[in-house]
Structures are given as structure tokens and as C-alpha cells.
Design a protein around this ligand. Structure first.
Ligand code: NDP
Length: 706
């Protein structure tokens, strides 16, 4: 099945590429106006219906062509940038890519010029053109920031982009008589050389950066980030700021501008305008754009995973296979559902019928926690946007970086301006969103106490809420369980992301007859876990999010000891060598004989597992449910009847039988009791991002008693 699906997709990709090439040829020959869908179909030897099937309409085909041209230049730039070691070489890489012989020729130049002419009158093309322009300026500025102050970097970046555009334009208009690609590269390079000389020693040197900040894309000076509103970065000159740090080293990664009431109002206004455009598109059209977002996320997986690791302290071996991928999968999933959103027809007899329309809510606020910053942003944005809403997202103040990347990627993929916005800040910024009268819904991931405050604030304007909150989930290992699988499950349930996972099964109930064997195998495997530099691919346990949080976790470990739990393994902060600069705590296992200890009752959100014994099924279910939380639960048993029976009795929103913490996008995720309201993922999320309108349609005269 899979092979067949793959090869069909490959054939479709080839067809799409061929049609785009034919479009480029046609436009180069006959120009923009004379290029028609029928003509392209004829030249490509296919039916006009097939072209429409792939691209929708002529504008869809032309937009895809423009994107293909932009993507080709980007690929060329990325390949050259990977080889470039110094700021000067990086700038050269961008010039070489844009003025490469295959780009700087009559055919390509003519087609670009045709697009530029149309850009002024087409929102669709304007978005693609703006994304392309943004990318070249960002790449140039990023390269230049290592050698020049911000203002100079911006000025020189714009000058270089203008020279490249100007060279293209002149060459095309002059019939390619003035310059060829090599001469064009020389002209641009001479300008850059002069500018670098003018920068003095900082520019003349390589401006090399070392260490993780360089790899994260931060600059030699500190990167300053603000909001992303209406499709572009918005800077507030006199904003209050805070710093975001790498918890593995203490190093400052960026300075972040706090959004106040003015920026939140600006975001709401942009979202209102963007949502009108977005909601007017068909679901399939929105889905096509969202699929591009997912594609770009996957293409940039390694770069985004690296930033996430720097910002959160989580091991790169997790972020590079989970965080970005799960976000992209979620966006693809909801992109697929977007075209199928529908109401229902209701038969009301011969004289009438009714139908329902599933409509977007409007503007939705997303507020994120710090443990899965990009994934949370995607999990909230995907259903919201698929349903035609606009979103204003506030990441947690400890992890502000990747939400902005997501906003940039949305813009690049063609999501209309204002549909996905990011504001930065602390709880006050969050409150500005939850209390804003024009925002119709808020979806928050965070602590139970925060969820309660958000719900109370949302009540004043009667907003819908989705609350993804904390937990203290049980994992039950029956005596007939495959013990190695159960140990694997307990490890997955506790030590991923150094235990900073809301659904973690931190109360591990093991049948007394197998508890000693379970503990022995568990401790042996925990002893082999690798704690270390999160950027090292062999590291399995990275840093906790902050010093304050590490102190909280260490405080719980001290409490566990003081209250009489037996420490099986771990229990200490790790300060070997360079790790002393960061927030590292050993994976820790306690064995406890009472459910009343603080480590058994309260959410620790760190690498601390407690193993408890039990004798009967009824007893363990009662103890598992004796908590105000209800996010998740797991059961290990070979007796599937018992597995289903136990799960049915457990008070939890997200459950596993013979596994733990696996969260396929296709399954709804969320909690019961104090762990939350509403669901993310799965078709169920659609209910939480749409509202129903009922319509009664009379087919006969009205029989009125008046
Ligand atoms: P917090 O509750 O501290 O913060 C969550 C977000 O809410 C942050 O962006 C925070 O801003 C913001 N915020 C805080 N107060 C308010 C307010 N009054 N109004 C509006 N926004 C506010 O959670 P953490 O970031 O510490 O995340 C850890 C918690 O999240 C744990 O309890 C964990 O279990 C839970 N979680 C739940 C998940 C689930 O799906 N159920 C998944 C992941 C985590 P800032 O921090 O910037 O000040």
C-alpha cells in the first residue's frame, strides 16, 4: 500500500514540475496576459482539467510557478551557505545564488519581470514576492550582523538586494546586451568589498562566531526579537524587554520585546483583517497553503530543532525527531481535514428542510507552555487555521524563539498577513489576550492554576476555552505484563524531555509480586542514561528549563527523602565539567509505601518517578483515581480484557494500553477533572474551533395565525 501511494505521489510531483516548466516557457515566450490555462495544457499535452486538478485555476498555477522559481534560488543559496565559513563568504553565497547563470538568463528574467508587473495588483503574488524579498534580506542581514552593527547590516542588506534586483531588471529590459551572470556577480561583489572595507576591523575580519549561539542563528551582538504581526516583524523601539537563555549553559540567546496593550490591539486588528480573507477561501485552498507550511517545517527540521534545543535544554536527539515533526504532522493532518469541513442537511418533511453551517469562531488566542514550544504552537494553530480562524499566539516567556520562526514560515508559505501573529511577554500579555473583547476563544497549555485564571478572565467576554493543563498520571503494571516492555513504558513515561512532559506517568503502580524485579531492571536501565550537552546527539537527558525550576525539582527530591521514600537511583544535581553552568538533574527513582507523600500527589514536572506497590485491581484503580488531575493513564498487561476494563474505569482523558506517551495526531489529546477542558488533535479539535449555524428553509407558504 505504502509503496503504491509513494510512487503515485512521485508521479504527481513529476507532473506538477513539468507543468510548471511549461508555464515558465510559455510566459517567457508570450508574456503574462497571453498565457492561458488551455495554452499550457496544449503545450504540455494534457487536458485543461488535469492542470486545474493540480493547481485549481490559472492564478494557482502562476503562484505555484512563482514559488518554484523562488524555491530554486533558495535551494541554491542554502547549498552555498552551507559551505560558507565567514560573513563575507555568506554574503557572497547569497549573491552567487541569485545571480547564478541558470537564474540570470533571458528566460528566467522575463518570467520574473512578468510576475513583478502583476504583483502590484494581486494579493496572492504580492505574498509570494514579499516572502521572497524577506528571505533574501533576512539571509543577508544575518550574514552581515556578524560583521556589522544592526543598522549597517540592514542598510547594506537592502543595498545588495537592490543591486541584485536592479541588475536583473536592467538585463531583462536591455535584452541581455549589457551584462552576463559573471559580470553581474562582479558588480555586486565589488560593492560588498567596498562596504566591508568601510566597516573597519570588524568587517575586515571574518567576524567569526563560535559555540552554540552561532549555530542557533543568533548574532555576534545579541539578537532582539519582537512581535510578528500582520505577516511581518514588528519592533517597538521603547519596549520593555527580557532575555531568553540557554538553560544548558546560562548563555543569553536573545533579547525579547514585551508586547503591551498597543501591540495586542495591533495584532487583533491585523487578525481581523487577515481572518476575513482566510475565511473567505475554500477549505481546500487553506489546506493547500497549510500543507506548504508543513513542508517548510520539515525542510527546516534540523535548524528548528537546534533552536528548540538551545531555548529549552532538551536533547537534540528528541527535538530533531519529535518536536518539529509532530508540529508538521499536525499541520498536515488539519490541512487534510480543511477541505472536508461541512455542516449537515436535516430533512424536515415536504415543507421544509434545515441545514447547519460549520463556521469559524473568528480570532483565537493561543498561549503556550515552555516544554514543547513549537509543537504547542502548531497543535493550536493547525486546527484553528484549518477552520478559517486567525490566531494570536503568545509563547511562554522562557521559550520565545520558535513561535516567531513559525510565523515567518507561515508568511513564506502564503498564509495571508494577519492570520497567524505572535506577541511576546509574560502573564500580563497573556491577560491582554484573554480579556480582549474581540478575541472569541483562548486555548492555553499551562498549569492548573493558570488555566483557572484564564477561564475566569475569558468569562468576562464569554470566550470559548480549551485548557491543556497539568497532571499526575498513573501507570499501572499488572503482574502478567511483559516486564521489559513495562520498564520501557515507565522510562518513556518519565524521562523524555527530562521529565518536563504534562502527561507523564509519574505514579508507577507495580503489582507487588513483580515490583522487586521491575525495580531492578528499571534501575539498571536508568543507570545507563546519558546526561549531557543537549546538542550532543548521544545525550538522552538534557537540561531543565531554568534555575528556578531546577530548584523546585530538587526541592521535591529533598521532600521525598525527608518524607521517608526510598531513593532507588539519582537524586542529585549534575555539575560535572561544563554541565555546572546549566540546570541538570539526574533521572531519579523513588520507591514509596504511601500515596500521601508530596512527590506522589503533586506535579513535579522533572525527572522524578515514584514506584508504588499494589495487590488488587480494584485497589489500584481507586488509588490511581485518587487525584484531582485526570490528564493521562497507562496500563501494562497481557490480558487485553483486563486492559480495556481498567482503562474504562480510569479517570483520564488520554490513555495507553501497553505503551506510554505516544501521541499520534489522529487521536484527540486532553484531560478530564483539573487537567483541562476540550481536546487538541484528532477530528474532535474541529468542534473546538468552529461554531454551528442552523438554517431553516421553508418550501411552502407560511401558515400564520395572525
Ligand atoms: P504556566 O501556567 O506557568 O504558563 C503557561 C502560559 O500561560 C505561559 O505562556 C504563561 O506566560 C501564560 N500565563 C501565565 N499566567 C497567565 C494569566 N493569568 N493569563 C494568561 N496567560 C498566563 O505553565 P508553564 O509554562 O510553567 O508550563 C508547565 C505546565 O504546563 C505544567 O503544569 C504542565 O503540566 C502543563 N502542560 C500541560 C500540557 C497539556 O497538554 N495538558 C502540555 C504541556 C504542559 P509566561 O510563562 O510567559 O509568564
Amino acid at each position: 500500500m505504502w509503496r503504491i501511494a509513494l510512487s503515485r505521489r512521485e508521479t504527481e510531483d513529476t507532473r506538477r514540475r513539468q507543468l510548471i516548466e511549461t508555464t515558465i516557457d510559455t510566459m517567457a515566450e508570450v508574456g503574462f496576459v497571453a498565457t492561458t490555462l488551455g495554452q499550457i495544457a496544449r503545450r504540455a499535452g494534457v487536458s485543461a482539467g488535469l492542470v486545474a486538478h493540480y493547481f485549481g485555476d490559472k492564478d494557482g498555477l502562476l503562484e505555484a510557478t512563482m514559488r518554484a522559481l523562488g524555491a530554486r534560488v533558495s535551494r541554491g543559496a542554502a547549498a552555498r551557505l552551507a559551505e560558507a565559513a565567514t560573513p563575507r563568504a555568506r554574503v557572497q553565497a547569497i549573491i552567487d545564488a541569485n545571480l547564478a547563470p541558470e537564474e540570470f538568463d533571458q528566460r528566467t528574467g522575463t518570467v520574473w519581470l512578468a510576475f513583478w508587473g502583476q504583483t502590484l495588483h494581486s494579493q496572492r503574488f504580492k505574498r509570494v514576492q514579499a516572502a521572497y524579498q524577506r528571505r533574501i534580506i533576512t539571509n543577508l542581514r544575518h550574514a552581515l550582523r556578524q560583521a556589522a552593527p544592526l543598522q549597517d547590516a540592514q542598510r547594506i542588506a537592502i543595498s545588495i538586494a537592490a543591486i541584485i534586483d536592479g541588475l536583473w531588471l536592467r538585463a531583462t529590459l536591455s535584452g541581455w546586451s549589457e551584462t552576463d551572470a559573471a559580470a553581474a556577480v562582479r558588480i555586486a561583489s565589488e560593492f560588498v568589498d567596498r562596504e566591508f572595507t568601510g566597516l573597519g576591523p570588524r568587517g575586515a575580519g571574518s567576524g567569526k562566531m563560535t559555540g552554540s549561539a552561532a549555530q542557533a542563528g543568533t548574532t555576534g551582538g545579541m539578537q532582539r526579537l519582537g512581535a510578528h504581526i500582520g505577516g511581518r516583524a514588528v519592533r517597538v523601539g521603547d519596549a520593555r524587554t527580557f532575555e531568553t537563555r540557554n538553560p544548558a549553559t546560562g548563555e543569553v540567546l536573545a533579547e525579547i520585546e514585551i508586547a503591551g496593550a498597543a501591540e495586542v490591539d495591533q495584532a487583533v486588528a491585523a487578525a481581523r483583517a487577515g481572518q476575513r480573507v482566510w475565511a473567505a477561501m475554500t477549505g481546500s485552498a487553506r489546506g493547500r497553503i497549510l500543507n506548504r507550511v508543513a513542508d517548510i517545517l520539515r525542510a527546516r527540521n534540523d535548524e528548528l530543532a537546534r533552536i528548540e534545543t538551545l531555548d529549552t535544554g532538551k536533547p537534540i536527539q528528541e527535538t530533531s525527531v519529535v518536536d518539529v515533526a509532530s508540529g508538521a504532522d499536525c499541520i498536515s493532518y488539519f490541512a487534510g481535514l480543511a477541505g472536508g469541513l461541512a455542516g449537515e442537511h436535516v430533512d424536515l418533511g415536504p415543507g421544509a428542510f434545515g441545514y447547519t453551517r460549520r463556521e469559524p469562531l473568528g480570532i483565537v488566542a493561543g498561549i503556550g507552555a515552555w516544554n514543547y514550544p513549537l509543537q504547542i504552537a502548531c497543535w493550536k494553530a493547525a486546527p484553528a487555521l484549518a477552520c478559517g480562524n486567525a490566531m494570536i499566539f503568545k509563547p511562554a516567556e522562557l521559550t520565545p524563539l520558535t513561535a516567531v520562526k513559525l510565523a515567518e514560515i507561515m508568511a513564506e508559505a502564503g498564509v495571508p498577513d494577519g492570520v497567524f501573529n505572535v506577541v511576546q511577554g509574560f502573564a500580563e500579555t497573556g491577560r491582554l489576550l484573554t480579556r480582549h473583547p474581540d478575541i472569541r476563544k483562548v486555548s492555553i497549555t499551562g498549569e492548573v492554576g493558570t488555566g483557572m485564571k484564564v477561564m475566569a478572565d475569558a468569562a468576562s467576554t464569554l470566550k470559548y476555552v480549551t485548557l491543556e493543563l497539568g497532571g499526575k498520571s498513573p501507570l499501572i503494571v499488572f503482574e502478567d505484563a511483559d516486564l521489559d516492555n513495562a520498564v520501557s513504558g515507565a522510562l518513556l513515561a518519565n524521562f523524555y524531555s527530562a521529565g518536563e512532559v504534562c502527561s507523564n506517568g509519574t505514579r508507577v503502580f507495580v503489582h507487588r509480586s513483580v515490583k522487586a524485579a521491575f525495580l531492578e531492571r528499571l534501575a539498571a536501565r536508568v543507570a545507563r542514561l546519558v546526561i549531557g550537552d543537549p546538542l550532543d546527539p548521544v545525550t538522552q537527558i538534557g537540561a531543565l528549563i531554568s534555575e528556578a525550576h531546577m530548584e523546585k525539582v530538587l526541592g521535591y527530591i529533598a521532600k521525598g527523602r525527608a518524607e521517608g521514600a526510598r531513593l532507588v537511583i539519582g537524586g542529585e544535581r549534575v555539575t560535572d565539567g561544563a554541565l555546572a553552568r546549566g540546570c541538570f538533574v539526574q533521572p531519579t527513582i523513588f520507591e514509596a509505601s504511601s500515596d500521601d507523600l508530596a512527590i506522589v500527589r503533586e506535579e513535579i514536572f522533572g525527572p522524578v518517578m515514584t514506584v508504588l506497590g499494589f495487590d488488587t485491581e480494584d485497589e489500584v484503580i481507586a488509588r490511581a483515581n485518587a487525584t484531582p488531575f485526570g490528564l493521562a493513564a497507562g496500563v501494562f498487561t497481557r490480558d487485553l480484557a483486563r486492559g480495556h476494563r481498567a482503562i474504562a474505569r480510569l479517570e483520564a482523558g488520554t490513555c495507553w494500553i501497553n505503551h506510554y506517551n505516544i501521541t499520534p495526531i489522529e487521536l484527540p489529546f486532553g484531560g478530564v477533572k483539573l487537567s483541562g477542558l476540550g481536546r487538541e488533535n484528532g477530528r474532535a479539535a474541529i468542534e473546538h474551533y468552529t461554531q454551528l449555524k442552523s438554517v431553516y428553509v421553508a418550501l411552502t407558504d407560511i401558515d400564520a395565525p395572525y
